[in-house]
Each structure stands twice: as structure tokens, then as C-alpha cells.
Design a protein around this ligand. Structure first.
Ligand SMILES: Cc1cc2nc3c(=O)[nH]c(=O)nc-3n(C[C@H](O)[C@H](O)[C@H](O)COP(=O)(O)O)c2cc1C
Length: 345
């Protein structure tokens, strides 16, 4: 059986926090791609509702989950960081809650239960590997389980755990890295020591004998073809879909991706406590060197500020997740993005 059930080996990458909508999944599907819904941050009930809506899109789709695993946070460092952010929050009329929320995992069993009761052909995972019994249960329910990996060692661990396939995520990718070790600095995308997506695919195909979806930094069909040529069975695109009509990204985020004031992306943990790639903005400049690590504590700390910034059209204080290919992201129907990629393969 093919890794993804679609006409073209192109996957609409899952983008939690708003960008991935059922409409976006439907558009990707209609153009012959394979959509992954994003269940991260959602309650089990919201996932259940979304699955019900997505059953209407007329084709197969998958679901992506964040694997539980809270990072510890140094409470004193967290309070100091909350103090540091206080003036930023005040500029939006907010006071941030300095008590760290350390655990986000209570919804995991219920989300797995939703997917066991109403299985989808593909379940992809990020932020590590789940308990063996959950992995086995999802597979028994008939889902192919894909683990996101960023190194050959993670790929071997995923293969040993018994996943069906890998999402090989290069450091060029927009949004959170799926790295199993959030404290590990990610390799650069340019210059000395740079890790190109195609090279990572080749390295991982030598380390683990599993089919791969390659992702990270794809800006056009040439990039996608290179990853397929390197050994990937399919290619996933995220950033390329962010500005499309069906994307639920905030208008502030969409506009920033096309704003010449933003010239590059950077890896940051200042917004959520885990490394993620976004447009380099003032918030990253001001706080990257002082922010402690700790997901989901920092995610919850900064969320009200980010929500307010998105609403107010303030891209300086918003997490503007973007991969290195962000300049190629266009407005218009998402189906056009998939068709254009497919035409060039
Ligand atoms: C806004 C945004 C949100 C994301 N959310 C998720 C997510 O919920 N789960 C996940 O596995 N990956 C997530 N990612 C990473 C993508 O699935 C994918 O790895 C990445 O977009 C590929 O790189 P590209 O953006 O350069 O195409 C997100 C990426 C972006 C840009």
C-alpha cells in the first residue's frame, strides 16, 4: 500500500494553532495531495468535531498529534522571564500569569481514543515517540503511524518502536521542530555545518529501512523533486500553504510573510519553550537569549500576548512561524499550490 493515499506524493503538512483548517485539507485533497489535519493544542472534543467535518471532504486524510512530554521549567527563571515580558504585555493591556502550566497531556488519552473509535489511514506524530501501547493500538485500528524525526538516531529509535514510516523534518522547516531533544541546538541551514533536507533524507534512509515523507524548506517543485530523488516517498509542504485562501493563519501572520521588512527566519524557543522556526522579529531579537526552555509552560505564558498581537496587527510580538522558503508563499487557492508542485515533478 502507498504511504499516502493520494494522486500525487505531496502532503499538506499539519499546522496547529489555526493555519490547518478543514477547508485547507479539502483544497489539498481536491488537487490530488494528501492532507494532514493538526490536532495539536486541540481538545479531544474539538478533534472529534473536526473529524466529523473532514469526513465530508470526499477523500482520505490523516491526523497529526503532539506526543505528550512536558519539559521541566526552572520556576525562578520562568518568573524572571514573565517579568521581562511584562512591559510587552502591558503594551497590549495584558498581565501575564507568572505561574507555569507544566502539563498539557491530559487530552492525549482521549485524543487517541477518538482516533481508535474513528480511525484515519495516517496518524503522524511530532515531539517524540508515544507509549508502546498507544502506538500498537493506533496500528491495530488500521492507521499507518508516522513519526517525525530530525536525526538518524531518532529515525532508528522510531523504527525500533515499530512505526510504519517517518516524517523526515529538516532544520529549514517552519514551525516547531519535532526534535526528540528540544535542548539540542538545530543544525544551521546555511554556511558551515549546514544540513540540507536532501542530505538528511539520504542519511536517514541509510539508518532506517522505512518509507519517508520529507519536509522542510520546500519552495518549489524543484525542491520537492530533489527530496523524492533523494529517496523520499512523498514531500510535505507547510509554509507554502500559509497565505492561501483556505489557510486559517491570522492576517497578521499572512501579511508578515510577504512584508519586505522581514528578511530571514530564525530558530527560537522564546515563544513556546521549544525550538521553532519563524520570521525573525523584534520579540525574538529581544528575548531569545534570555528565555528559559520549557514547553508548554512558555507556550501558555506568552499565548495571551500572541493572541492580542495577532488581533491588533502587531507582527513584532507574534510567533510568525515560517520555513526558509517563505518568500515563495503566495495568496490564492491552496489547490493551485499543490497543482503547481505536482506539475513540476
Ligand atoms: C504554522 C505552522 C504550524 C505547524 N504545526 C505543526 C504541527 O501541529 N504538527 C507538526 O507535526 N508539524 C507542524 N509544523 C511543521 C510542519 O508540519 C512541517 O514540518 C513544516 O511546515 C515543513 O517545512 P516548511 O514550512 O518549510 O514547508 C508546523 C509548521 C508551521 C509553519
Amino acid at each position: 500500500m502507498d504511504l499516502v493515499d493520494s494522486e500525487y506524493p505531496i502532503v499538506g503538512a499539519p499546522m496547529a494553532g489555526g493555519p490547518t483548517t478543514v477547508a485547507l485539507a479539502a483544497a489539498v485533497r481536491s488537487a490530488g495531495g494528501f492532507p494532514l489535519l493538526a490536532a495539536g493544542y486541540k481538545t479531544a472534543e474539538a478533534l472529534h468535531d473536526e473529524l466529523r467535518q473532514a469526513r465530508g471532504i470526499g477523500g482520505a486524510f490523516g491526523v497529526n498529534l503532539f506526543v505528550p512530554g512536558s519539559m521541566p521549567v526552572d520556576e525562578a527563571a520562568f518568573r524572571t522571564y514573565a517579568d521581562e515580558l511584562a512591559p510587552e504585555a502591558a503594551s497590549h493591556g495584558l498581565e501575564l500569569d507568572p505561574r507555569p502550566v507544566l502539563d498539557d497531556d491530559d487530552q492525549w488519552p482521549a485524543k487517541v481514543a477518538v482516533l481508535l473509535a474513528d480511525p484515519v489511514p495516517v496518524v503522524s506524530l511530532t515531539f517524540g515517540l508515544p507509549a508502546a501501547r498507544d502506538l500498537a493500538a493506533l496500528r491495530r485500528a488500521g492507521s499507518r503511524v508516522l513519526a517525525t524525526v530530525t536525526t538518524a538516531a531518532e529515525a532508528r529509535a522510531a523504527a525500533d518502536a515499530g512505526v510504519d514510516a517517518l516524517v523526515v523534518q529538516a532544520p529549514a522547516a517552519g514551525g516547531h521542530s519535532g526534535t526528540f531533544d528540544p535542548y539540542r541546538p538545530l543544525p544551521p541551514v546555511h554556511g558551515a555545518g549546514a544540513l540540507r533536507a536532501a542530505d538528511l533524507v539520504r542519511e536517514i534512509s541509510a539508518a532506517a529501512d522505512l518509507p519517508m515523507v520529507a519536509t522542510g524548506g520546500v519552495a518549489d517543485a524543484r525542491d520537492a523533486a530533489e527530496l523524492l530523488h533523494a529517496g523520499a516517498a512523498a514531500v510535505a509542504v507547510g509554509t507554502l500553504l500559509l497565505r492561501t485562501d483556505e489557510s486559517g493563519a491570522s492576517q497578521t501572520h499572512k501579511d508578515a510573510l510577504a512584508d519586505p521588512a522581514f528578511t530571514e527566519t530564525a530558530i527560537t524557543h522564546a515563544f513556546t519553550g521549544r525550538p521553532a522556526r519563524g520570521l525573525r522579529n523584534g520579540f525574538i531579537e529581544r528575548h531569545e537569549s534570555t528565555a528559559p526552555f520549557g514547553y508548554p509552560a512558555l507556550h501558555h505564558l506568552t499565548r495571551p500576548l500572541r493572541q492580542a498581537a495577532a488581533k491588533a496587527g502587531d507582527p513584532d510580538r507574534l510567533h510568525l512561524w515560517a520555513g526558509t522558503g517563505f518568500r515563495a508563499a503566495r495568496t490564492g487557492p491552496a489547490a493551485d499550490v499543490i497543482r503547481k508542485l505536482a506539475a513540476g515533478l
